[in-house]
Ligand binder design. Sequence first.
Ligand SMILES: [Zn+2]
Length: 258
Amino acid sequence: MKIDFIGTSSGTEPFEGFRHTSIGITYKNKLYWFDTGENCSYAAHVKHGLDLLASRAVFISHTHMDHIGGLPNLLWNIRKINGLPATASRFTGKTLDIFVPGKRLMPAIRKMLSCTEGGFAINFEIRENSVQDGLIFDEDGFKVTTHHNNHLPKSQGKWQSFSFKIECGKRKIVYSGDIRDISEIEEISKGAELVLVETGHHIPENICRYFRDMGFAGKLGFLHHGRNILENFKNEFEKARSILGDRVFFARDGETYR
Ligand SMILES: [Zn+2]
């Protein structure tokens, strides 16, 4: 299992070296995307050396731009790379599952792509799946369970924003998405080896205290950095370290976790 931190910024204005949020998890030679911020496919392909044609599924926490801005281009780049002679159409006939809250995003993206070269004719399937609480993906030892959070209000009776519990065999990771309150991921974080928490709406120091006080024994990785963190990266990290020591890290674009 490997996590690539492809983009680690929140939806601030552009900051040098930080793209909007996206992580890629590679497990058993398949690539799973969690959020797809700006230029995620470029960074994955060029900076991380990831095989876009190994993509199996995309999980979107909520449909804000800093989490979806790179999705149309990811689909475009899969098509483009699959059409190159060197790749021998490895993605042809395959299915890319996209899990996304609400029903508005994918028709809009399909419409946008249909305006591009060749009407975006494809020889693979893009399958849209709705997101609700519970187990949404279970294949080859890779399991994803969703838990709604309160970042966005319900729309037409359905939750619009989710955190993810990710299981790779026996390893358990939590990805917060954007959350209103840290208590929203307390239950699913129990027993996790790594919890990835956004800093965009929170103070890392306080989150470290919260996790220390709940007896959390794993690692905390911060991402989706807000302006305060991007402008005071070192100081904020030192404050967090003073509470959890080497069990805490601030992810930057281009880093990995194994
Ligand atoms: Zn966000």
